[in-house]
Design a protein around this ligand. Structure first.
Ligand SMILES: Nc1ncnc2c1ncn2[C@@H]1O[C@H](COP(=O)(O)OP(=O)(O)OP(=O)(O)O)[C@@H](O)[C@H]1O
Length: 273
């Protein structure tokens, strides 16, 4: 279980990016974090594994307050948190298998990783994970030979190779087309459910969040202004999170996108006839 207590972050010279955020994510819960640009979503996610240092507050994962840990303990604690990134963060010139195994780097002695000699158990686990994300046949391909969706699958397998207790997912579909986005989101949610793995997913796309998340937290100007089930995310709630102007612009954007997709479909059908 993750519990954030009074978490705040102020960057030098700026307004508070995060103000007094208190939030509990129980085992197995998949929580979507939404909010307008600059609301503090990335800051919140990064304060949890201290890629960003919180100014005040506690980050309890199990019995441990990660905000209090020194360097060595923090390195050990970070193994417990898997992270999936928007831009995948793969090592492009390494193979898919090597990228997945790099999720074990926090566990294997340096000389083994340096010589790329991972224990047999880790290699077997990496194959199982590649199978689970549908990339068994790509194990020996170089990462730079993969599509965006395939790269994100490698990113998911790498995060799972850590055997994490918590998954932090930062805009996993922002670089993907709508169909691949849904496939990736489905894969992440299925895997979390299979493993009882709690996850916080920073997600721009409101319909995607409503379709796949169990719980949605809305941030605005660094504060939680909504916390509820996807079904409770009414027009009023969305206006509270995004403000009337932005929310109407987003809806118009969605409508334009849907119209463009329908138009492309009509043209394809006309060609096929
Ligand atoms: N390294 C930094 N230094 C100074 N200010 C920062 C830094 N990172 C973020 N901020 C500021 O903190 C606030 C929150 O930013 P953050 O990136 O967490 O928002 P976000 O909700 O993730 O936005 P987006 O959806 O655009 O990624 C913004 O005002 C931003 O300008």
């Amino acid at each position: 279980m993750l519990h954030l207590e009074g978490l705040s972050k102020s960057y030098a010279g700026g307004d508070p990016a995060l103000s007094d955020v208190t939030l509990t994510v129980p085992k197995g819960e998949i929580l979507g974090l939404i909010g307008p640009s600059g609301a503090g979503k990335s800051t919140l996610i990064r304060c949890i594994n201290r890629l960003v240092e919180p100014t005040t507050g506690a980050v309890r994962l199990g019995d441990e307050d990660l905000a209090q840990l020194g360097k060595t303990d923090l390195r050990r604690a970070r193994r417990r948190i898997g992270m999936i990134f928007q831009e995948y963060a793969l090592v492009e010139r390494l193979t898919v298998m090597e990228n997945v195994l790099s999720g074990r780097l926090g566990y294997v002695p340096f000389w083994r990783s340096f010589l790329r000699r991972y224990p047999a158990r880790d290699v077997q686990q990496a194959y199982r994970l590649l199978d689970r994300v549908g990339l068994m046949d790509k194990a020996d391909s170089r990462a730079d030979a993969l599509s965006g969706g395939q790269r994100q699958r490698v990113g998911i397998a790498r995060a799972l190779a850590q055997e994490p207790e918590l998954l932090l997912v930062d805009e996993p579909t922002a670089s993907l087309d709508p169909k691949t986005s849904r496939q990736i989101m489905r894969l992440i949610t299925e895997i979390c459910q299979e493993r009882g793995l709690p996850a916080i997913v920073n997600i721009h796309d409101v319909p995607l969040a409503q379709q796949f998340m169990q719980r949605i937290v809305g941030l605005r100007a660094g504060r939680i202004v909504f916390d509820g089930a996807p079904s409770e995310l009414t027009e009023d709630a969305l206006t509270t999170i995004y403000g009337a102007e932005d929310w109407n612009a987003m809806r118009k954007g969605d409508a334009d996108q849907a119209e463009a997709e329908a138009d492309a479909q009509r043209r394809l059908e006309a060609i096929a006839q």
